[in-house]
Structures are given as structure tokens and as C-alpha cells.
Design a protein around this ligand. Structure first.
Ligand code: ASP
Length: 347
């Protein structure tokens, strides 16, 4: 917790004690002042076979730095009293701008050597959502998904229609060159050389990881939000859409339960409606956030054969960073202001 947040908490608490001691109703209630609520944020940048042996020290350092910058960017907005929606967008755009992760600049190539990007966002206070699928040349697909939510009557736009909507709304486009990274090209070449159509999901290549990005946040009004952005899967068929832009699969937020963003083998996450299932277990079965996440990610998905993980956050500020793969790029700042950055299981 930073100084400002702590000071506010002290002021409210001391004021309440003073009025209770004087036989009056607590200050916050009598004056109609909302007590300060905890804020928290978590993000992921993909789950998969991330071992110390396949990540060199310099790359690991850069990745940890980017994760920390992204989580702090979102947290700074929350501390200033900003919304959870703005916080998740701030974190995700930073991750989309990094060449390290499979979203925006670092997106993987599809089977035609192109980048088709998916993203979605959800506002847990009103159950509003926006998503885009298979869009090309959009620098920050999460900004486009937010625009779909805010100014269109629709939840999801795809392909050329989404790109036309992007032009009408001043969304930034980039040339194909902007999205080219040598590492992703090599991954495509490897996948093309492998006759197994599932090759990009199995852990036989050292660079097997699914580095979709996402964030969940809780703001000082008690509102939850979730956002997810991806390039999908290497060598995917043209037009393939994964779980990331599907509300209820890769992304979900509902103030009555929790906010979830997922990363992993999208076909499984769609069939298991992962994000909504976790929230439903919390809301309808009274499960704790961690219990619900464990049941879905560590039991159901494992039984189905679906690799991946989730980040989740509830209104009490409980955070779950749960994955059934060897690693998941992840970061969080909890309700006490404690910063955590992790890559491997043992972090
Ligand atoms: N879930 C994404 C997809 O299937 C991939 C990932 O998480 O990296 O499109």
C-alpha cells in the first residue's frame, strides 16, 4: 500500500473510531462517505513450457521488467481513483507494445504468414463487453475492443468490418513490418516443418509457450474489469478464432463474483467456458476464488487435456494466478500494495 492510500485509510478509520467513542454512528455512514476500498491488479503474459533452460538471463530480465512496468502502470491508475477498465487497458497496451509477448507487436504468425489479432474487454459493474476477432494491422487491439464496447451497439466485431470500425474511430494501424519478429517467424517455420497439426501446443520445442496477455483489476469503487489480447496460435488456420475474444471463455468480469483473463490452448478454453465457469462457481456455489480456479484449471482442463492458466480477482481483492503448465508470465499488486512478479512455478 503506498503512502497516499494508507493515509486515506487511517483518516477514515480514526474518524470512525472517534465517532463511535462519542456514541455516534460511524463517520463514513453518518456523513454518507464511502469508506476507502482496496484496489488490486493482476496480469498475465502467457502460460506454457517456460523453463530456466529455455530463457536466457537477458531476456528473462527484460520480461520481468516489462511485466513490472505493465502492472505498475495499471496500479497507478487505481491509486489515483481511476477505473478498473482504464487500469486493465493501460497494462494490456504496454504488453501489446512489447515484442516478447504474443499480442500486438509480438503476435505469432498464422499459416499464411500473417498476423490475425483477437482481443476482448469486460466491465464487471454493468456486464458491458467489447471484442474483436481476426483483425489485421491494429497496433493495440485492446483499444479497439474497448471502443466496440463503448460506442457500438455490438459486443464483437471481426475482420474487415472491425478494421473499418477502427478507421472510423481513429484507432492506430501499423504496417506488417511492425509486427515482424524473427523469433515468431522461426516458430512458424518449425510448426510448418512439423506434420503434427497440434505441434505448436506440445512441449517438444524449447520456445513453446503461449504468451497471450491479459489483466484483471479492482478499483476503489469496487468495480471489477478484465481484458485479454492475443495473436492466437502459431500456424493457426486463416480465420481461426481462439478463446481470448470470446466473452465467458477467455475473458469475464462480474461484480457479483470475479474478473478472469485466461491464456492457453484456446479450443479447450472455449469448450470449458473457463472464465465464466470460474465466476459462476464463486457466485452460485459460494466457492472461494482459488477453489473455483483450481477446480476449472487444475481439474477440469487437465482432464480435458487443455494447457494454460488464468488470472482472477474478486471484490475483496483476493488474487488467483493459477496454471497447469510449467510456467506463466504473471504479475500482481495486491490490496496491501505488495508487488509480485513471476515466471516459473517456483517463483
Ligand atoms: N488462448 C490463446 C488462443 O488460443 C493462445 C494463448 O493463450 O497464447 O488463441
Amino acid at each position: 500500500m503506498n503512502l497516499k492510500h494508507w493515509q486515506l485509510l487511517c483518516m477514515v478509520t480514526l474518524g470512525a473510531w472517534a465517532t463511535v467513542a462519542a456514541g455516534q454512528a460511524p463517520m463514513a455512514e453518518s456523513a454518507g462517505i464511502e469508506p476507502v476500498k482496496p484496489v488490486a491488479i493482476a496480469l498475465h503474459a502467457g502460460a506454457g513450457t517456460i523453463n530456466k533452460s529455455n530463457l536466457d538471463a537477458d531476456t528473462e530480465k527484460e520480461i520481468r521488467t516489462t511485466l513490472e512496468q505493465a502492472v505498475r502502470a495499471g496500479y497507478a491508475i487505481l491509486l489515483e481513483g481511476g477505473s478498473s477498465l482504464d487500469a486493465v487497458v493501460a497494462s494490456v497496451t504496454l504488453l501489446e507494445d512489447s515484442p516478447h509477448f504474443n499480442a500486438g507487436k509480438g503476435a505469432v504468425f498464422n499459416a499464411q504468414g500473417q498476423h490475425e489479432l483477437d482481443a476482448s474487454i469486460m466491465d464487471g459493474s454493468e456486464l458491458q463487453a467489447g471484442a474483436v476477432a481476426s483483425v489485421k494491422n491494429i497496433r493495440n487491439p485492446i483499444l479497439l475492443a474497448r471502443q466496440v464496447m463503448l460506442v457500438s451497439p455490438h459486443v464483437m466485431l471481426m475482420g474487415e468490418g472491425a478494421e473499418a470500425f477502427a478507421r472510423d474511430n481513429g484507432i492506430v494501424f501499423e504496417d506488417d513490418d511492425y509486427f515482424f519478429t524473427e523469433r515468431r517467424w522461426q516458430q512458424l517455420e518449425k510448426a510448418r516443418a512439423n506434420s503434427d497439426p497440434q505441434a505448436h501446443f506440445v512441449s517438444e520445442t524449447p520456445d513453446h509457450w503461449l504468451s497471450t496477455v491479459g489483466a484483471v483489476a479492482l478499483d476503489s469503487k469496487g468495480d471489477l474489469a478484465a481484458a485479454t489480447s492475443t495473436g492466437g496460435t502459431t500456424n493457426k488456420r486463416w480465420g481461426r478464432v481462439g478463446d481470448s475474444p470470446i466473452i465467458g471463455a477467455g475473458t469475464y468480469a462480474d461484480n457479483r463474483s470475479c474478473a478472469v483473463s485466461a491464456t492457453g490452448h484456446g479450443e479447450f478454453f472455449i469448450r470449458a467456458t473457463v472464465a465464466r465457469d470460474i465466476c459462476a462457481r464463486v457466485q452460485l456455489q459460494g466457492k472461494s476464488l482459488q477453489q473455483a480456479a483450481d477446480e476449472v484449471v487444475m481439474e477440469q482442463l487437465v482432464e480435458m487435456g487443455g494447457d494454460g492458466g488464468i488470472i482472477a480477482l474478486d471484490r475483496e481483492g483476493n488474487i488467483s494466478l493459477t496454471f497447469n503448465t510449467p510456467g506463466m508470465y504473471r504479475a500482481s499488486v495486491d490490496a496491501n500494495g505488495e508487488v509480485f512478479i513471476g515466471i516459473y512455478k517456483e517463483d
